[in-house]
Design a protein around this ligand. Structure first.
Ligand SMILES: Nc1nc2c(ncn2[C@@H]2O[C@H](COP(=O)(O)OP(=O)(O)OP(=O)(O)O)[C@@H](O)[C@H]2O)c(=O)[nH]1
Ligand SMILES: [Mg+2]
Length: 457
């Protein structure tokens, strides 16, 4: 396996991994022995090497909030304070906002990814832009956060993007928020600070966060960064990180969740039966487990997995991240369709009507040039539903009878009941909540991501 050997070589040289023959007690090497995807194995090696160094749980966080309220300054200040403890590399302000346009305009445009640690945890931190023109970058940055730090300048109080970012954070599934009231060095009036705190608690509750319990820390990122007034600077950064450590919970790892694989392709293997393949989104599936096929029809189809194949080799289990083929007992090939999910029984249900939160890309972002009204009917893409098969599989289909049907999911969007003016237009750049109807039910859960396209855009 030359690719594997090359990729692992640096770790071998560093003495972090010993390359042994596969053994039953070493799943990593067993995996190699089973001929699994080399890329995954290499990733596992990296994971091991890294875990070897830190052994701390990993959490994704980031800074959100209105433009110029001090998100990037705070991010730089955190790295400074943690660098002094040996927990980070100090990144100056200019090393975070480093694109020429960002420097010229003094704003963040694209999200920056930063790393640091605390005593107990390792953090990946995304510093999001606050400017209203770069909402798309904020959404993609926030989409992977387990929790967020919302920065609000004491001098301004909450502003439009304070509110919009909180709403978006909730929409992309961020569970917990910590508030940093910044620029306290520039505010003399204690009543002003009280007011900002009170208004933030109200706003958090409005958007479904725990307004009363959420930690609110008041300080100055600039003082921390410049090493001035420690009572507003470094001490408040320490307080903030303590709040982040305790208030934002460790996420449930994908491997610990109930099994789910979205079907990409369906094959019929002579003498054996129907095989559905795809990438495992979460959980672990053992051979001989009962499963349900959910979506495309009114009721789930029950089945049992009698064999699992990963890269044409039979194995005993399939785990999150694997590309697997599952041999389904008693299921006909034509009953299995791309876009269905194979899950642990009773964990997922299918729906035809649901409420969506949708950001409409602007023309500059590659979206529509004009607005649209309700009853808009684009294509919707949810997991593998709606994707057309790649050219490769289409070609294979002709040669080997591989069955991959192109299923286009047409969706219709309407304003929710009770909307004051249903004739209102939705414009590029808008962030809206609408009701979506699809023809065939699909497996859906709160927070499920989707894309909408029309004419390939
Ligand atoms: N007085 C004072 N000024 C601050 C503080 N923190 C940041 N600033 C200043 O506020 C301005 C904006 O700070 P940034 O960190 O760029 O703000 P931002 O939230 O990252 O802005 P965008 O990324 O463009 O949304 C800069 O001039 C900072 O020096 C603070 O604690 N006190
Ligand atoms: Mg910034």
């Amino acid at each position: 396996m030359p690719t594997f050997a090359r990729s692992v070589a640096p770790f071998l040289r560093a003495g972090r991994i010993a390359l042994r023959r596969p053994t039953a007690s070493n799943p990593l090497l067993e995996a190699i022995g089973r001929g699994q995807n080399a890329v995954r194995v290499v990733d596992t090696c990296r994971g091991m090497a890294v875990a070897f160094q830190r052994k701390k749980p990993h959490i994704n966080v980031g800074t959100i909030g209105h433009v110029d309220h001090g998100k990037t300054t705070l991010t730089a200040a955190i790295t400074k304070v943690q660098a002094e403890k040996g927990f980070a590399n100090f990144l100056e302000y200019g090393a975070i906002d480093k694109a020429p346009e960002e420097r010229k305009r003094g704003i963040t445009i694209s999200s920056a990814h930063i790393e640091y640690e605390t005593e107990n945890r390792h953090y990946s931190h995304v510093d999001c832009p606050g400017h209203a023109d770069y909402i798309k970058n904020m959404i993609t940055g926030a989409a992977n956060m387990d929790g967020a730090i919302i920065v609000v300048a004491a001098s301004d109080g909450q502003m439009p993007q304070t509110r919009e970012h909180l709403l978006l954070a909730r929409q992309v599934g961020v569970q917990k928020i910590v508030v940093f009231v910044n620029k306290v060095d520039a505010v003399e009036d204690p009543e002003m600070l009280e007011l900002v705190e009170m208004e933030m608690r109200e706003l958090l509750s409005t958007y479904g966060f725990e307004g009363d319990e959420t930690p609110i820390i008041m300080g100055s990122a600039l003082c921390a960064l410049e090493g001035r007034r420690p009572e507003l600077g470094v001490e408040k950064i320490n307080e903030l990180l303590k709040a982040v450590d305790t208030w934002i919970p460790e996420p449930v790892r994908d491997l610990d969740k109930p099994f789910l694989m979205s079907v990409e392709e369906v094959f019929s293997i002579q003498g054996r039966g129907t095989v559905a393949s795809g990438r495992v989104e979460r959980g672990v599936l053992k051979k001989d487990s009962d499963v349900e096929l959910v979506g495309k029809g009114p009721t789930p189809i029950k089945s049992k997995i009698t064999d699992i194949e990963t890269f044409k080799k039979s194995c005993d289990e399939s785990r999150a991240g694997d590309n697997s083929g599952l041999l389904l007992r008693g299921v006909k090939r034509e009953d299995v369709k791309r876009g269905m999910v194979i899950t642990k029984p009773g964990t997922v249900t299918a729906h035809k009507k649901f409420l969506v939160s949708m950001y409409v890309l602007t023309k500059e972002e590659g979206g529509r040039h004009t607005g649209f009204h309700e009853n808009y009917r684009p294509q919707i893409y949810i997991r593998t539903a709606g994707e057309s098969p790649s050219l490769k599989t289409t070609l294979l289909e002709n040669k080997s009878g591989l069955l991959t049907s192109r299923i286009d999911e047409a969706a219709a969007f309407h304003w929710p009941e009770g909307t004051a003016d249903p004739s209102k237009m939705i414009m590029p750049g808008d962030n809206v909540e609408m009701v979506c109807d699809i023809n065939n039910p699909l497996a859906l859960e709160p927070g499920q991501r989707f894309n909408v396209r029309e004419g390939g855009r």
